[in-house]
Write a protein that binds this ligand. Structure first.
Ligand code: GLU
Length: 584
């Protein structure tokens, strides 16, 4: 087949033309522009490394490692600083998933710090008075969409199990920054500016993110957040209990339940009852490696495992990244995985999920569907019939998702690895700010419609349930040892962002930075999305000739990853955002 794109070559040429990214985080805040894509150079280190979406957070995490802390310590610092300097994406009022490699035990495990629906929530939570699903932002803004946050309990549980630096010391960097002030980053300014209309309707949030003249905080403005410092102090002294009970919990409940136009129904008991859940990692084989990550309530690891399982019979290495045939195979495997995801995946503590979604025989059957010369048609793409323990009838859900979120990766001196995706869901979550942090809108990751044609949707709202996620904090093992750790924000695009990056690393042998910088090409639902103003647009004619619909657009991922080799660590930070890799 004729090759039309020059995906890798373009990335490499741009990389060679660029100076290396400075290792000092404070040097590298730069405005984003599309021309920055394909232009970052990999960062190398031998002892330890942190990659996070904001240079201040990456540097604070590195300081912990330099002072003898480990990855479990550093993740508390990275998360609490991100909650201050990148509040649109994650924080104490949100949820997170962590995939963790424990070097001492040589095991991979996961922690589910996903938000939960209040006990009073019903399947009709997102239906209007007319019984029809609400509009997305009508559901998001206010109290209705707020789930019980999971981040404070997750940080505490991981630190208690694996950390070594005193808990109090780990909250201090964010307290100091909240009191001394931090400079608004260009991206935070952009996000405020793009969200003016929505932020403007919420008085407390408006007071924080706009200056005295009513303008969005300009990049470089020094901002203090004394409320956040006070909240962190309480958690430093009292642990996560100080968040889930007492004054902070009361403030959260009041903000949610007394919202003027869109109240929720959260109780103090919902907060006090919150539990972080350690769950076995979901691992899928791919070309001799084991790709491990977060199982339900996230669809991340299952869907990525399905995509990889379906493409494995094809020789992608020989085809290469520039052959449209590679993208036909990857794009249609992605569509088939999304069909199963929509039908079957939800919180497995509430609904039964087919146990055979990663079954080798099942994936071979699904893969056979794409052994053909042209794209699948809409009619060809249906959920499969994977093996069940206890079959249940299901209808496809319809959940919106609009990207915010953050991913960070830490490797410490002892080779522990933290791969963590953390989120308040939409940018600025529910647009409510309480005690210095943003409250999530994660409940809108449930299907708004609880049933269809008289059959239940797996991802319907239920009391105490966790909304289905796409977050995919991933660690890849070879012979039981980690070789890659990566993840991304991006709503359900997280799944193809991470799957495609894995294929670029494993089949096309790109280094971590080049794999992350590779222009995006995704086919989740039948239209091939191509990253605008990159060489991905060069594939339009060939993909359309294969039968795909195509659409060019902004695909603002936020991939961060580290390759771990006997020679050292190679980090890649997404050039589409302002994250950096720092290490020694
Ligand atoms: N709420 C989404 C999820 O849990 C993440 C949103 C995003 O990545 O922007 O899958």
């Amino acid at each position: 087949m004729r090759t039309s794109g020059t995906l890798i070559l373009t990335a490499l040429a741009a990389l060679l033309a660029m100076p290396a990214v400075a290792q000092q985080a404070s040097d590298v805040i730069a405005p984003e522009s599309p021309s920055a894509i394909e232009q970052k150079a990999a960062v190398r280190a031998t002892k330890h490394m942190v990659i996070a979406a904001n240079p201040l957070a990456a540097q604070a995490g590195l300081d912990v490692l330099r002072n003898g802390g480990n990855a479990a310590d550093a993740l508390v610092v990275v998360q609490t600083v991100l909650g201050l300097v990148e509040p649109q994406s994650s924080g104490l009022g949100g949820g997170a998933f962590l995939t963790w490699y424990d070097a001492a035990g040589q095991t991979v495990t996961t922690f589910d710090g996903r938000e939960t629906a209040p006990a009073a929530a019903t399947p009709a939570l997102f239906l209007g008075a007319d019984g029809e699903p609400l509009g997305f932002f009508d559901a998001v803004i206010g109290g209705r969409s707020v789930g019980v946050p999971g981040v404070p309990r997750l940080m505490e549980a991981v630190h208690a199990k694996y950390g070594r630096t005193p808990w109090k010391d780990l909250l201090q960097p964010a307290i100091d920054m909240a009191e001394g002030g931090f400079a608004v980053s260009p991206r935070l300014n952009t996000m405020i500016t793009e969200d003016i209309e929505r932020l403007d309707t919420q008085p407390a949030t408006r007071a924080y993110f706009f200056d005295a003249s009513g303008a969005p905080l300009a990049a470089g403005t020094l901002v203090r957040n004394p409320d956040y410092a006070q909240t962190l102090r309480a958690i430093a002294d009292g642990g996560a209990d100080a968040f889930y009970t007492g004054e902070i919990a009361e403030k959260i409940v009041a903000a949610v339940n007394t919202h003027a136009t869109n109240p929720g129904s959260l109780s103090l008991k919902d907060l006090a009852d919150y539990q972080v859940k350690e769950r076995p990692a979901v691992c899928a084989p791919y070309r001799g490696l084991s790709v491990c990550g977060m199982g339900p309530p996230s669809s991340g690891a299952l869907s990525i495992g399905q995509i990889l399982g379906m493409v494995e019979p094809f020789d992608l290495a020989t085809l290469g990244a520039d052959d449209p045939e590679s993208w036909r195979i990857i794009g249609d495997a992605t569509r088939l995985a999304f069909a199963d995801r929509e039908r079957y995946i939800a919180d497995s503590d509430f609904v039964s999920i087919p146990k055979g979604l990663l079954n080798t025989g099942y994936l071979a059957e699904r893969s056979a569907l794409i052994s053909r010369p042209t794209a699948l048609t809409d009619g060809d793409v249906k959920p499969g019939e994977p093996p069940w323990d206890k079959a249940e009838l299901r209808m496809d859900g319809a959940a919106f998702d609009m990207p915010a979120t953050t991913h960070f990766v830490i490797v410490d001196d002892e080779d522990n690895v933290a791969s963590m995706t953390s989120s308040v869901e939409n940018a600025f979550g529910s647009r409510q700010i309480v005690a210095g942090f943003i409250l999530n809108n994660q409940l809108t990751d449930f299907s708004f419609a609880p049933e269809k044609d008289g059959q239940t949707v797996a991802n319907r709202v239920e009391p105490g349930k966790r909304p289905r996620s796409s977050m995919a904090p991933t660690i890849v093992l070879k012979d039981g040892k980690p070789v890659y750790a990566l993840g991304s924000p991006g709503g359900s695009s997280i799944i193809p962002y991470v799957a495609n990056t894995l294929i670029a690393l494993i089949d096309w042998k790109l280094d971590m930075q080049a794999a992350i910088s590779m222009p995006h090409m995704l086919n989740r639902f039948g239209t091939y999305e191509l990253e605008a103003e990159t060489s991905a647009e060069g594939f339009v004619d060939d993909l359309e000739a294969l039968g795909f619909k195509t659409k060019a657009g902004d695909l603002n991922s936020g991939l961060h990853g580290i390759a771990i080799t006997p020679e050292g660590l190679t980090g890649g930070a997404d050039p589409r955002r302002e994250g950096v890799a720092v290490g020694d």
